[in-house]
Ligand binder design. Structure first.
Ligand SMILES: C[S@@+](CC[C@H](N)C(=O)[O-])C[C@H]1O[C@@H](n2cnc3c(N)ncnc32)[C@H](O)[C@@H]1O
Length: 376
């Protein structure tokens, strides 16, 4: 007969309280598969395995709801979970080591009477956001073919490509030799089987020799980099050509351009305070910019993608796959969703945005920044 462990023994071994185990049972996260004759919870080997996964994800900072989705995913078996957990733990160890180094540096600087800048102090936290929100990404984020065509065209005849801030690998050209760089372990773990090899690193310090690639690309990522200018210079160092898909938010009145920011989420402007202007980024690498219109049925669910499908923003899955909604905070998010929902029901949104319905694509400030030799 299979051996079972009592709740007290499991709590003791795992270093958690019996109350925690009862709570996991009540919310359906880890339910012991049997009871003793006296009616106490009894944990079989499979229950313990599931508990181990739950506790490790918990230790890594995941919320209980998120953990339930992860451990209940039928596509992930025990070995896949162990691999993912191993990657996440190694990443955490690396980050802890980086933080110790940063603290040591600051202590040294302070001892010499030097104050570190806010940017320097925050640098080490750069990649954490996507470890927290990345698991929601694949639900709506994928390659939009019309934007991919623009990016691939800008890559010219480049054969070897580095994709920086590569995430799950959208927009990686299938017919070229691609290598990827992505600091978030959660995003790396979600790259599909057969995707280009991916190294754990940030844009600001690319682990490659000068001019190792024909081109380096970065899609929807530069606004997350603690130091975008340093990251773009790194791309320029390792590659002959640079292609970046990003947005321009520095000319007067830019916030009026998109109704979602203008009428519902003005907090987005605050997220951009202190970020370098696109013109400065272009200047830093001797680049040029061109507009990229967003098609009305854009397949990649980025922030602006649903400009003609406003109901989409009421969907939690759509919002969770876009960092802006997490970064503005739950209060602003809830208010925006509530007001938008009201305006859609009352017809106010339709009245205000009548002109959009006839458009096939919209200019919402998205830009392609390219640098390097002109295409032959
Ligand atoms: C919105 S996702 C875009 C992912 C992918 N390029 C795409 O188009 O789907 C932004 C990505 O930038 C990554 N990122 C954050 N900080 C970074 C940094 N300093 N250097 C490189 N990538 C970074 C995040 O981990 C995340 O995967």
């Amino acid at each position: 007969m299979e051996e079972h462990l009592t709740v007290g023994r499991v709590a003791e071994l795992a270093g958690v309280t019996v109350r925690t185990l009862h709570h996991y049972d009540e919310v359906g996260l880890v339910q012991p598969s049997s009871r003793t004759s006296a009616g106490y919870r009894a944990y079989a080997a499979a229950d313990v395995e599931r508990l181990r996964e739950v506790l490790t994800y918990r230790r890594l900072g995941f919320g209980l709801r998120e953990i339930a989705d992860l451990v209940d995913d039928p596509a992930t078996d025990a070995v896949a979970h162990l691999r993912r957990l191993r990657g996440l733990l190694l990443d955490q160890r690396d980050r802890a080591a980086a933080m110790v180094t940063a603290i040591d540096r600051e202590l040294e600087a302070r001892a010499m009477g030097i104050r570190t800048t806010p940017e320097e102090q925050l640098k080490v936290f750069g990649a954490q956001l996507y470890d927290a929100i990345g698991s929601a990404y694949p639900a709506t984020r994928r390659t939009e073919p019309r934007i991919a065509a623009r990016i691939w065209d800008a890559l010219g005849d480049a054969r070897t490509i580095l994709n920086v801030g590569a995430g799950t690998g959208s927009y990686e050209p299938p017919d070229r030799d691609v290598a990827a760089v992505e600091p978030s372990a959660v995003m790396r773990a979600q790259r599909p089987a057969g995707a280009a090899p991916c190294v754990a690193a940030g844009a600001e310090s690319l682990p490659f020799e000068d001019q190792s690639f024909d081109a380096a690309m970065a899609v929807s990522t530069v606004h997350h980099w603690p130091d975008p200018v340093a990251g773009l210079r790194e791309m320029r160092r390792v590659a002959r050509r640079v292609v970046v898909f990003t947005y321009e938010a520095d000319h007067p009145g830019w916030a009026e351009r998109f109704w979602l920011i203008r009428d519902y989420l003005p907090e987005v402007a605050g997220l951009l305070t202190g970020r370098p202007a696109l013109a400065d980024l272009a200047r830093a690498i001797g680049g040029r910019t061109e507009p990229v219109a967003v098609p009305w049925d854009c397949a990649d669910g980025f922030f602006e993608a649903y400009w003609r499908r406003p109901e989409a923003y009421l969907d939690e899955h759509v919002r969770r796959a876009v960092s802006v909604w997490t970064r503005v905070g739950p209060q602003a998010e809830q208010r925006a969703v509530r007001t938008l929902g009201d305006d859609l029901s009352s017809g106010r949104w339709a009245e205000r945005n009548r002109k959009l319905v006839a458009l096939e694509e919209a200019e919402l400030g998205l830009r392609l920044l390219t640098a390097g030799p002109e295409r032959e």
